[in-house]
Design a protein around this ligand. Sequence first.
Ligand code: 4NP
Length: 149
Amino acid sequence: MIKILMVCLGNICRSPLAEGILKSKVEGKNVMVDSAGTGGWHIGESPDGRSVQIAEINHIDISGQTCRKFSIADFDNFDKIYVMDSSNYRDVMAYARDIEDEQKVEMILNKSHPGSNKDVPDPYYGGENGFKQVFEMLDEACEVIAKEI
Ligand code: 4NP
């Protein structure tokens, strides 16, 4: 089984969407997908209502997810860790214990835009349109990830 972790800052906007989108694309395959945040402000909460809504419009239900914080054990429990932006990348890499851990970490938009190191912008303080853009970016990247599995 391939185990993939999606990571953002709060684990309520971007990474829950990435988790839901990838799950929808690998249905029936032997893949486990989860998400976590580098920050702990929203532990135990459901995803942001705006993420739930944009997912629902696209026939994906992420309402049952629960926010959790990233931990060092995630390096042992997952084969691949996709981060949403360069800040998440720095935070997760700071936890890495060795090269093997470091090699698991990748900026998710490098799947759809190789070598670009583009960020998935944090939509938390923006409007609805930000969530639509985030959905589209993640859908494109997850399509590539799913095809490679
Ligand atoms: P996310 O967005 O990293 O996409 O889940 C955020 C959600 C909440 C906060 C920051 C980013 N916050 O500071 O509470």
